[in-house]
Design a protein around this ligand. Structure first.
Ligand code: CO8
Length: 380
């Protein structure tokens, strides 16, 4: 049935799955430096002759100072710190078994469903949105749908850093239009397989996590912690400054499908400089659509890539330094979790808001892409 007016849409519950394994900066740096020393020794002749560049040393102090990251979580720690592997060792599962990504998605999804008071029977659609999916098809979302006994449909979508917010946008659109009553949007951010642990400049950036959210019609919500979604705003602008060339065509290119350019790589400084101003204008413009000013926003759940980036963005928005209460930081514990950072922040820091309080969820980064939602806490 097509409604004569869009339905009012709420975000009625969120969920978070955090892996058991922690990797500290110190552990990561010891392993990288040991690997780099060995590489330099093994290749000393070529390095001296200028045919190879020596691997530089990493430092835990540098990492914390420039990024704010103190540790990250890993789905599987085995292999990451082993200088003979420098990648997680994730055993392949048989086709009859649930996939790694569906499994972690389900942990977060169940948490969100519990918080929103929903069962599989209440949900019409599943969106799995994240930076990578571990296979092309069948969609991970359809596997999640089956495990949670959800009727209807599911699909996967990829928008790197903005996958989670763009996924919520699609959920909002479907519920507002009446094509679904209730949508589960999940972000199984299994980043560790794509991190180049042999690259000094990026080995520390990412961590694994899964987040989830329930988006439904306001008139079906029974949650005491629901937020009206007042609106969504998205923008993209092509840049190769954050890139991974991993893909199915590599086989036909006759190249190493796991070479350094097939893993995450970036021009981090350029990203910082170019993305921050766009994100600031984007959020200012979005809240202005609802007659709001930055000073009227109770909480900013911002993308979590770099603490200096967050301090810069929130400082420019407010004209002063934001407090952690206004713009919470989770990247010190979780590192950059691709698109999930703003959702982790939302999940951990929303229950104290009062009815009528406004908030902004915003991602920014690879693509480039910016995605935001302006929300307002409902009466509990
Ligand atoms: N240890 C010691 N020294 C180091 C290290 C290290 N680990 N790394 C760099 N240095 C040195 C450099 O060599 C340089 O030395 P010099 O000045 O002599 O040349 C100096 O430190 C400064 O280096 P940088 O200019 O690189 O350092 P920055 O201050 O720019 O900080 C950051 C680097 C932290 C990467 C910073 O630029 C940053 O965070 N930028 C923003 C990046 C960003 O937001 N990117 C988007 C990420 S993409 C995303 O979120 C999702 C993508 C999809 C998921 C992928 C999953 C795998």
């Amino acid at each position: 049935m097509v409604p004569s007016e869009p339905y009012t849409v709420v975000l009625s519950g969120s969920g978070l799955w955090t892996p058991d394994n922690v990797i500290t900066n110190e552990e990561l740096v010891v392993s990288y430096n040991t690997w780099a020393d060995r590489y330099n020794k093994l290749n000393s002749e070529a390095i001296e002759a200028g045919r190879l560049v020596a691997k530089p040393k990493s430092s835990a102090e540098f990492i914390e100072k420039v990024s704010g990251i103190k540790q990250r979580f890993a789905y599987i720690k085995k292999g990451i710190l082993d200088t003979d592997y420098m990648r997680p060792i994730i055993p392949e599962r048989p086709e009859e078994a649930i996939s790694d990504q569906a499994e972690i998605a389900i942990h977060a999804a169940r948490h969100a469903m519990e918080n929103a008071g929903k069962t599989g029977a209440d949900i019409d659609a599943v969106i799995v949105s994240c930076a990578y999916t571990q296979r092309s098809y069948p969609a991970i979302a359809i596997e999640v749908q089956k495990e949670l006994e959800i009727e209807g449909f599911g699909f996967d979508m990829l928008v790197a850093c903005s996958a989670a917010t763009f996924g919520l946008h699609r959920a909002y659109d479907m519920v507002a239009a009446g094509t679904a009553r209730c949508v589960l949007a999940v972000n199984p951010e299994l980043t560790s397989p794509q991190v180049n642990y042999c690259d000094r400049d990026s080995h520390f950036i990412f961590g694994d996590v899964a987040t989830a959210a329930i988006v439904e019609r306001a008139d079906t919500s029974t949650s005491g912690q629901a937020f009206d979604i007042l609106g969504t705003r998205a923008m993209t602008s092509f840049s190769s400054n954050v890139r991974s060339n991993f893909g199915y065509v590599s086989r036909a290119n006759d190249v190493d499908p796991f070479g350094p350019d097939k893993l995450f790589h970036q021009n981090g400084r350029q990203v910082f400089k170019e993305v921050c101003p766009i994100a600031i204008e984007h959020m200012k413009g979005h809240i202005a659509e609802f007659g709001l000013k930055p000073s009227t926003i109770r909480r900013w759940w911002l993308h979590q890539a770099n603490i200096n980036m967050n301090l810069f963005v929130s400082g420019k928005l407010l004209g002063r330094e934001a407090t952690l209460d206004e713009a919470p930081i989770v990247l010190d514990r979780y590192a950059n979790t691709a698109s999930a950072g703003s959702l982790i922040a939302f999940h951990l820091y929303h229950e104290d808001l009062k009815a009528g309080d406004f908030g902004v969820i915003c991602s920014f980064g690879a693509g480039y892409s910016i995605g935001s939602l302006v929300v307002k806490k409902r009466e509990g």
